[in-house]
Design a protein around this ligand. Sequence first.
Ligand code: SF4
Length: 74
Amino acid sequence: MQIDAHNFLLTEGTKMEVKWDQDVCSHAGVCVNSLPKVFKVEDGSFVIDTDAASEAEIRGTVSKCPSGALTIKD
Ligand code: SF4
């Protein structure tokens, strides 16, 4: 996981890579509520653990993000 100068958080799981755009996120909490084992806040930082659920579960949650802040790199 890394946050670059443009406030993107990128996960490098073994299965897939999810990108989170901090500037676009509306902090609605849909992701952390629907799949808390993957999308979570630890020590004040947003964490995306792509190894904690199936790819289908993660894709389903990403599709529910109301702001479009979450994207999957295929
Ligand atoms: S679901 Fe999308 S808008 Fe809501 S907190 Fe997660 S990334 Fe942000």
